[in-house]
Ligand binder design. Structure first.
Ligand code: ATP
Length: 262
């Protein structure tokens, strides 16, 4: 295991009587792609929201690069180097692709406006730097021909790329991807796999990946954590984890063991 970039230790989150995440721990090593899987309602989205700081756990600790970030809200975590994508894309559909990237940067700047202006020159210089970075990223994502088009004119596969490109504007060291393959056609799933691998290899971004599409998990992940009813029931290498009887039973939920035992 490489040095951890993210450690979730003993995380519990309750919603009234529902324990959505129950004393769960996971670690993402620097440069790793770690998968978070589990049946519907097992607590994956809740864990992602907790990691991103959009909600607070009832118990447990989050460490980012060894520092305790448990009490930090999402914008502070973003400034430390965390980005996330959303299951339901959060793009501005009537704005151009490039403006979506610039707006992400603008919102981040606003959170630390004075600091960024005094430390890094004028707002105009900052804006120009952001535009150059947006163009570089759009080229990297092979979206340069769509820069001026409204997001609404793009396919769902392209929109997912735009959302990931937008997250990359802040030069994150950890990217949390929430079901990036949902709704994609098989060729677009292939493209996504290739792109996520390149994100890690070329930018050195560590990735926490929530995904239902097992091909993506098996192809990409160095390590997989499985939740069921909020509890971590297994973790390990993807090929071993998907064959683990405990995991199979959690997914099919029909007690195949009972049948096997007669
Ligand atoms: N805001 C909330 N208020 C009350 N209960 C919630 C809330 N968010 C999630 N839950 C409950 O917590 C449990 C875990 O839900 P969560 O959405 O995290 O699961 P999931 O693994 O992401 O599911 P899916 O794969 O369907 O997206 C479920 O029982 C869900 O109903």
């Amino acid at each position: 295991m490489t040095t951890p970039i993210l450690e979730a230790r003993g995380i519990t989150k309750r919603f009234g009587g529902v324990v959505a995440v129950n004393d769960a721990s996971l670690t993402v090593g620097k440069g790793q792609i770690v998968g978070l899987i589990g049946p519907n309602g097992s607590g994956k989205s809740t864990m992602v929201n907790l990691v991103a700081g959009e909600m607070m756990p009832n118990e447990g600790t989050f460490l980012f690069n060894g520092a305790d970030i448990t009490a930090l809200p999402s914008h502070r975590r973003a400034r430390l180097g965390m980005a996330r994508s959303f299951q339901l894309l959060r793009l501005f559909h009537s704005l151009s692709v490039e403006d979506n990237l610039l707006l992400a940067n603008h919102m981040r700047m606003k959170a630390s406006l004075a600091a960024s202006i005094f430390a890094r020159g004028t707002a105009r210089e900052e804006e120009e730097r952001a535009r150059a970075r947006a163009r570089e990223l759009l080229a990297w994502f092979d979206l340069q021909d769509f820069a001026e088009r409204p997001v609404s004119a793009l396919s769902i596969g392209q929109q997912r790329m735009v959302e990931i490109a937008r997250g990359m504007m802040s030069e994150p060291s950890l990217f949390v991807l929430d079901e990036p393959a949902a709704g994609l056609s098989p060729p677009n799933v292939d493209k996504l796999i290739e792109l996520v691998r390149r994100l890690r290899d070329e930018f050195g971004v560590s990735i926490l990946l929530v995904e239902h599409v097992m091909r993506v998990v098996r192809d990409l992940c160095d390590h997989v954590v499985v939740l069921d009813s909020g509890v971590k029931i297994a973790e390990g290498a993807p090929d071993a984890v998907v064959k683990d009887p405990v995991v199979v039973e959690a997914y099919i939920g029909t007690g195949w063991k009972r049948r096997a035992q007669g």
